[in-house]
Ligand binder design. Structure first.
Ligand code: NAI
Length: 333
């Protein structure tokens, strides 16, 4: 068996982490042969809850979980980690806009960026989940100059999964038959869920989703707004933000990043832009990626961008530029 991977989960006493840590610890993410040392971080006020999570993890008697370390201080939690799942943040409540959260949350990610820079392995892979996820990832990277930009990501896989599920449901096919739904931009209501490259396997073979659905009005309106507003719909129904589906999406994101995407398919992740598709370099923007087995990735290039798509991609870019500027002034102020 290989050396254990040291995996940090922040916000470990929270609701996403409650679903996430068990999946990581039982091998759903890094495979059945990869032992894991889980490091759980939360704030001091949550220490008792964190201790309860540790008890439950112990009681699962998992063969791959070699060690559990529960902490309420940042520095030791980031020491020598291989993977950082940065979930901890103040969650959005009903009626609250993501921008309201920005000022409070980017400060957390400034501090955690510095801790990554100082204490983590330089090869650490980072997925930011806490909202505003793209901008928090931007800030974490900004304050971790010694870690390569390509090691930073934010979660837009939940949006991709939501889009995939909406298409599968509309066409009456299993989820696994739908692939290559793209999420461009911000994990917010300005995101652009794009089916122009999406495919579906039917009894008649593989078709484009656009042809299979055959209803542009539904695809350009209902589909897009349903995915954009799904998070808010879950909050309205549950009075809590998405947790089980968010945890599942973190696992999908990390598994693809560590194992690679399947031949002919791609996945969306918020990453540091290299300027592709006229998205300013440095902005953390969700792109379609092909990921190799060694974890290196490439943005899928040469996708024809229609005027409709351009306008949507630019709207979410504009929001991210505004968030970035606001976050920088909070962090530098
Ligand atoms: P939660 O409130 O249940 O848990 C958050 C935990 O983070 C709490 O235990 C809190 O004490 C902890 N925390 C706060 N500041 C911390 C810090 N500085 N260090 C370590 N821990 C800290 O929230 P939940 O539902 O688990 O959501 C977590 C975040 O994920 C929220 O920001 C939410 O908006 C976001 N989210 C992102 C999604 C995405 O697709 N990117 C999807 C769903 C939620």
């Amino acid at each position: 068996m290989s050396e254990p991977l040291k995996v940090l989960v922040t916000g470990a006493a929270g609701q996403i982490a409650y679903s996430l840590v068990i999946s990581i610890a039982k091998g759903d993410v890094f495979g059945p042969d990869q032992p894991v040392h889980l490091v759980l971080l939360d704030i001091p006020m949550m220490k008792a809850v964190l201790d309860g999570v540790v008890m439950e993890l112990m009681d699962c008697a998992l063969p791959l979980l070699t060690e559990i370390t529960a902490l309420v201080e940042e520095a030791p939690a980031f020491k020598d980690i291989d993977v950082a799942c940065l979930v901890g943040a103040m969650p959005r409540k009903e009626g609250m806009e993501r921008k309201d959260l920005l000022a409070a949350n980017v400060k957390i990610f400034k501090s955690q960026g510095k801790s990554l820079d100082t204490y983590a392995k330089k090869t650490v892979k980072v997925v930011v989940v806490g909202n505003p996820a793209n901008t928090n990832a931007f800030i974490a990277k900004k304050y971790a100059p010694s870690i390569p930009a390509e090691n930073f990501s934010c979660l837009t896989r939940l949006d991709q999964n939501r889009g995939q599920a909406q298409i599968a449901s509309r066409l009456g096919v299993p989820n696994k038959n739908v692939s290559n739904v793209i999420i461009w931009g911000n994990h917010s209501s300005t995101q652009f869920p794009d089916v122009s490259q999406a495919k579906v396997t039917t009894s008649a073979g593989v078709k484009s989703v656009q042809k299979a659905v055959g209803d542009d009005d539904w695809l350009n309106n209902t589909f897009i707004t349903t995915v954009q507003k799904r998070g808010a719909a879950v909050i309205a129904a549950r009075k809590l933000s998405s947790a089980m589906s968010a945890a599942k999406a973190v696992c999908d994101h990390l598994r693809d990043w560590f194992m690679g995407t399947k031949e002919g398919t791609f996945t969306s992740m918020g990453i540091v832009s290299d300027g592709s598709y006229n998205i300013p370099a440095g902005l953390v923007y969700s792109f379609p990626l092909k990921i190799a087995k060694d974890g290196s990735y490439k943005i899928v290039q040469d996708i024809a961008i229609s005027d409709f798509a351009r306008q949507k991609m630019d709207a979410t870019k504009k929001e991210l530029e505004e968030e970035r500027d606001m976050a920088c002034s909070v962090c530098e102020g």
